[in-house]
Design a protein around this ligand. Structure first.
Ligand SMILES: C[S@@+](CC[C@H](N)C(=O)[O-])C[C@H]1O[C@@H](n2cnc3c(N)ncnc32)[C@H](O)[C@@H]1O
Length: 233
């Protein structure tokens, strides 16, 4: 199993943004108090489908799910698959819990905290899919090591995906996209970019719903959005 150590660029503290925004509404607080403890990822020990869901099933992992709309959509689409999402921002977790509750999604487990701390406890080769959608850009060059797309996290993602598994990455950030492709260029022995031409990354692939962040990027800021699918060799 791979592990990230204190002081290396994958260390979680340095990847975090804020973890609490405005006060939760009463209904959201109720879900945090009652639903979250029931579907929280265990704090310690290996994380397997059997442990989380009571049976073997394909496992999906979403890093930084924001408001959880993509995770909830995918979990609803694939009810026989298990979904794990990690998000340090409690307001996002509360929104995700609302989707999980309203959709009666029994196949989702949530971690309110750093994704890498959970990912490292998943056995190597256990994941079918991993999603990294609009990671915090950390646009200044001096903060580049804080980006989730760096050698440490990408190595861990490679370790956790099974052969034929898929790593989906989306961004609207021109600096980040260049950085990410440079990083992925160092992993061509592990990942095969699913690309046939510009349409492969300019057009939204099917089964990849728009997140709230992405919607705002397009409509409010007029940004282009790029989509990447990397197949684990
Ligand atoms: C720009 S937002 C995008 C949210 C969502 N993926 C979307 O597309 O709407 C980036 C998210 O990554 C989360 N994040 C930052 N560091 C993280 C970490 N170490 N583990 C998990 N999530 C993280 C942030 O809290 C934030 O919600």
């Amino acid at each position: 199993m791979s592990a990230h150590k204190e002081g290396d660029p994958t260390t979680l503290k340095r990847l975090y943004g804020r973890s609490q925004g405005k006060k939760l509404r009463a209904g959201q607080q109720e879900l945090v108090d009652t639903l979250l403890p029931r579907i929280a990822v265990p704090e310690e020990g290996p994380i397997t489908a059997e442990r989380l869901f009571g049976h073997d099933c394909p496992l999906h992992f979403e890093i930084g799910f924001g408001g959880g709309e993509h995770m909830a959509y995918r979990a609803d689409l694939l009810p026989d698959h298990g979904f794990i999402g990690a998000e340090p921002f409690i307001n996002g977790v509360a929104q995700a819990l609302t989707h999980i509750d309203e959709g009666k999604l029994g196949n989702v487990r949530v971690h309110n905290g750093d994704a890498l701390q959970v990912l490292e406890r998943i056995p190597d080769g256990a994941l079918t899919m991993l999603y990294l959608l609009h990671p915090d850009p950390w646009p200044k060059a001096k903060h580049a090591k804080r980006r989730m797309m760096n050698d440490g996290p990408v190595q861990m993602i490679a370790d956790k995906l099974k052969p034929g598994g898929e790593f989906r990455f989306g961004t609207d950030h021109p600096v980040y996209v260049r950085h990410a492709l440079m990083v992925m260029q160092r992993f061509t022995d592990k990942f095969e970019w699913q690309v046939t031409g510009p349409e492969s990354f300019q057009n939204r692939p099917s089964g990849w719903p728009e997140t709230r962040y992405e919607h705002k990027a397009r409509t409010t800021y007029g940004h282009e959005v790029w989509y990447f699918r990397f197949r684990r060799r």
